[in-house]
Design a protein around this ligand. Structure first.
Ligand code: HEC
Length: 600
């Protein structure tokens, strides 16, 4: 029987292949369900149309759409890419974009750096005065020095790492580049297999330097920093839906990475048997990528009950935090994707650095079972989707005590005691909370204070075009704000309301991007496209730059600024670097990395 069917299809295939494939038909069958759904997590069709066909093809063949495209034949992929995308070539940078001297020189004791998600292992996103090299007066005089464009991209979501004059940055098309921090000229480029949104971390390894980063198709890479050559590449988790979003951390010859997943959104397909992914943190030997330990955030393996599988979820979205004094590594976790709820979802977890053994965990929202189908069907899941999207900060209060600071999508900031199994010292609400935060990508702390930006992004109003199937526009009146809290007590020191949006289409005052602090100043980017510097003392805005405009980029492509979301600014050696563009959740598209220095 089987044999006969096979034979029949051999005869049929050439006939089918001869008929031209309609890209539009493929789009309607395979893509529209998500891309026309209005789901805030999916870029709408209008945004996809701005990408080059080559770029869309790459997303299907190697990128974030690979799991969906794996069911499609190559000619279907080509047809849908050609139907959606522009004819623009996304190719090699022009020769003049490269530095005259293309050597990358790194010392083992760099004079200044911002290496990874935060300048140091504590994830406080605080740069000392000496390393920052910017005073309030100089910040007032910051001017754009150069702009670098990510060719064909609609999001710029990877935070740069800067070590002396070397800047390393990933991109949505998976191109990783080594640039001169001073001028933005290119020293080398490396093509990863998927979008790189994680920050890159560097570490000396056997006389040279290695760079580590993850991509959103689940691969962890090690490159030689000096040459951009691939040293090794590993999948920390075999599950096909794995994605790496949080930056790895490198400490004493070991690389630690948190593991997250796309499986939550697979449930937009009602046939999908949700869910089997479990979040984890994994330690690798830096020199060869061999695994030292791996610890899941959910101990039990998922089992099948009826159509569903569980427990699942507990993604680790952000960079782990290292506590050398206590020999611990801290992670934060997301929700469960399917029942049963487990006790380490939406939690701060402390593990032994050497072994990965869980020492304690503090769950702040129990019973949070949620996946993307919940928001579409309007119920059936308890939710409320209050993941931790950001790292826990290991801060030092004025009193001298160590305090763990965790900001959750619920809109609550927690202070935990690292010496008493994460016991809650205080908790303060800084936002209403929701699917896109609350506190979304990260806070900063200069010691005495912690600075928490509020997202609370919301949609509202009427859709301007009745035939537009896209998501409702962002509500220009809801979200945003920056709060300074005293680390010792949780007392509010100041609150600065968001700037009003004005008439800009697609504007939201929400502040979801990660916050950065230097002595005397706090920086917070907004979905409205502005980067603002606030005085740490009283929260007054002392500098404001609107990134939404076109740029002449140093690499010769047309650059465009958009929403600021995801990473925060990186400040090193008298310069400030920030990404602009985030066509997700209704935000404004953009594809630039901007570098500022004070006007002389
Ligand atoms: C199950 C839902 C789903 C389906 C079906 C789907 N997509 Fe997507 N797509 C997404 C999501 C979610 C993202 C955003 C990923 C991210 O955050 O980077 C995305 C992103 C993309 C991107 C941007 C990738 C990048 O590199 O920035 C392209 C291009 C794309 N999809 C094309 C397609 C095409 C073509 C199809 C049909 C063959 C398709 N998608 C089907 C959910 C889907």
């Amino acid at each position: 029987m089987h044999f006969r069917i096979l034979l029949a299809s051999v005869v049929l295939v050439p006939v089918l292949a001869a008929a031209p494939v309609s890209g539009e038909a493929v789009y309607q069958q395979r893509c529209a369900g998500c891309h026309d759904s209005g789901s805030p997590r999916v870029p709408p069709r209008d945004e996809l149309k701005k990408l080059s066909a080559t770029r869309i093809q790459r997303a299907l063949d190697f990128g974030v759409m690979n799991n969906i495209a794996s069911k499609l034949r190559q000619e279907d992929r080509m047809a849908v890419a050609a139907f959606l995308g522009t004819a623009a070539a996304s190719g090699e940078p022009p020769a003049k974009a490269y530095c005259a001297d293309r050597s990358v020189k790194l010392s083992n004791a760099p004079r200044v750096q911002w290496n990874g998600w935060s300048p140091g292992l504590t994830n406080t996103r605080y740069q000392s005065g000496e390393a920052a090299g910017l005073t309030i007066d100089q910040v007032r005089r910051l001017k754009l020095k150069w702009a670098y464009g990510f060719d064909g991209d609609i999001v710029a979501f990877a935070q740069p790492t800067v070590i002396d004059d070397n800047l390393f940055v990933g991109s949505a098309s998976g191109v990783v580049q080594a640039l001169s921090a001073e001028s933005g000229c290119i020293r080398w480029v490396f093509q990863a297999g998927g979008p790189v949104r994680s920050a890159i971390v560097a570490m000396p390894v056997e006389g040279r330097h290695s760079l580590f980063f993850g991509d959103t198709t689940g691969w962890l890479y090690s490159l030689e920093a000096e040459s951009g050559k691939l040293l090794w590449k590993k999948r920390p988790e075999a599950h096909e839906s794995t994605r790496l979003t949080g930056a790895p951390v490198a400490y004493q010859g070991t690389v630690y990475v948190g593991v997250a997943s796309w499986e939550e959104s697979r449930t937009t397909n009602p046939e999908y048997p949700c869910c089997t992914f479990r979040g984890s943190v994994v330690a690798f030997r830096a020199k060869d990528g061999s695994q030292i330990w791996k610890t899941y955030t959910i101990a039990e393996k998922p089992r099948q009950t009826g159509k569903q599988w569980g427990p699942s979820g507990g993604s680790v979205w952000s960079a782990p935090t290292i506590d050398p004094k206590r020999g611990l590594i801290y992670i934060t976790t997301g929700d469960n994707f399917s029942p049963p709820a487990t006790n380490m979802s939406d939690a701060v977890v402390a593990l032994e650095l050497a072994t990965g053994r869980i020492v304690w965990s503090k769950q702040t929202t129990p019973g949070d079972v949620w996946n993307t189908a919940c928001s579409q069907q309007g119920g059936g899941c308890p939710g409320p989707d209050h993941d931790y999207g950001s790292s826990v900060l290991l801060g030092k209060a004025e009193s001298g005590r160590d305090v763990l600071l965790a900001g959750q999508k619920s809109g609550v900031v927690y202070a935990l005691d690292p010496d008493r199994k994460g016991e809650i010292l205080w908790q303060v609400r800084v936002g209403k909370g929701g699917i896109n935060g609350g506190v979304q990508w990260g806070m900063a702390s200069d010691g005495p204070r912690v600075y928490a930006a509020t997202s609370d992004v919301a949609r509202g109003g009427a859709n301007p075009d009745p035939l537009d199937p896209g998501p409702l526009p962002l509500d220009p009146k809801q979200g945003g704000g920056l709060t300074a809290l005293r680390v010792d007590t949780g007392d509010k020191v100041w609150y600065t309301a968001p700037a009003p949006c004005g008439a800009r289409p697609g504007c939201s005052p929400a502040q979801s991007a990660a916050v950065t602090a230097i002595p005397g100043l706090v920086f917070s980017g907004s979905i409205d496209g502005h980067l603002r510097a606030y005085s740490a003392e009283e929260g007054r805005v002392v500098w404001d730059f609107d990134t939404v405009r076109d740029y002449q980029t140093v690499n010769g492509i047309t650059g465009q600024g958009g929403s600021l979301n995801g990473p925060g600014p990186v400040i090193v050696n008298g310069m400030l670097f920030v990404n602009s563009g985030y066509a997700r959740n209704g935000g404004m598209a953009g594809n630039v990395l901007l570098a500022f220095a004070p006007e002389q």
